[in-house]
Design a protein around this ligand. Structure first.
Ligand SMILES: [Zn+2]
Length: 304
């Protein structure tokens, strides 16, 4: 593995956590919290950056040293800086999603829902969409050899259909992207997100041997990793419990949104957030009906 002096100099200007001699988590703007995200930098024969949501000023510091950008998934806070790089690898399920704003909105389920204007208002407050097209499409669970390191693109759908985590088996490093282990918990607010898949993906991660796990919105974790994954998974089940308690009184999903199970009331000043919440609650309700814990009524839903 060769070190690149220029890159090391550049990294010294950024907030980073070394996960290994040549693998760094770079913390995004605003500590990598939304609307930004952290990136993984792999400094091997090829220099690879996973995700490009650090913020443009931070990306400018390293952009000339990076050979390839990989996207863990299509969400805007992970792909916003793609346009700065020549080589872009994207998972097959999400091929072309970021190639135009129309395709982005279509894939995110915004078009034809009546929410588009409200969603745009929120979106443009944080982001300026720039199209980016992949130069290579990879397959879920494909293995990449960038020199000395080998990375498995672990398919972990649920948050988005193509979402991948990246695992280096010899070094037991995991970059789990938006299986982000934050106290907010799992997010599945787009129509194409899948709650069942999300649960299975969190369980799947626990099967890997990990000395360190780095995520898109937190600092890396070296201890109690399985406990952190379990706590993260349990947030889904705690949401279930809250829904069941509230649904002791029959109500509609619109009424259920007002109980702030996912977002606080002030966050829902954007109607888009109420829509995200409603999408998430719908996935819980569908699953709870499947488990015979909730029934559909004429007016809405009721716990059984
Ligand atoms: Zn995401």
């Amino acid at each position: 593995m060769r070190k690149r002096n220029g890159l090391l100099g550049a990294l010294s200007k950024l907030r980073t956590y070394p996960l290994d001699d040549n693998v760094y988590l770079i913390i995004g703007k605003n500590s990598g919290t939304f609307p930004f995200s952290n990136s993984l930098l792999i400094m091997d024969e090829e220099v690879v950056l996973i995700d490009s949501g650090l913020g443009d000023e931070l990306l400018q510091v390293i952009k000339d040293e990076v050979d390839i950008v990989l996207n863990s998934h299509y969400h805007i806070d992970h792909i916003l800086g793609n346009y700065l790089f020549k080589e872009l690898w994207v998972v097959d399920a999400e091929e072309g999603v970021t190639s135009s704003f129309e395709s982005y909105k279509r894939y995110a389920g915004i078009l034809g829902t009546g929410i588009e204007q409200d969603w745009l208002e929120w979106f443009h407050e944080h982001f300026k969409f720039r199209a980016s097209s992949p130069t290579r499409i990879f397959k879920p669970n494909e293995v990449f050899k960038f020199g000395e390191t080998e990375w498995i693109a672990v398919h972990t759908p649920g948050h988005s259909p193509g979402h991948c985590c990246f695992y280096e088996p010899k070094r037991k490093l995991m970059f789990s992207s938006d299986l982000d282990l934050t106290s907010f918990g799992p997010w599945y607010g787009n129509p194409n997100a899948n709650l069942y898949d999300f649960i299975e993906s969190i369980k799947k991660l626990s099967d890997f041997q990990m000395d360190v796990i780095a995520t898109s919105h937190m600092i890396p974790l070296k201890k109690n990793i399985n406990q952190a994954l379990e706590d993260y998974l349990n947030i889904i089940f705690e949401r279930d419990e809250r829904i069941l308690k509230i649904l002791e009184n029959e109500m509609t999903i619109e009424e259920l949104v007002k109980y702030d199970i996912i977002y606080k009331e002030e966050q829902k000043r954007y109607k888009a957030f109420a829509w995200f919440e409603q999408n998430m609650l719908k996935k819980h309700l569908d699953r709870l009906m499947e488990l015979d814990k909730v029934e559909r009524t004429e007016a809405g839903y009721r716990a059984l």
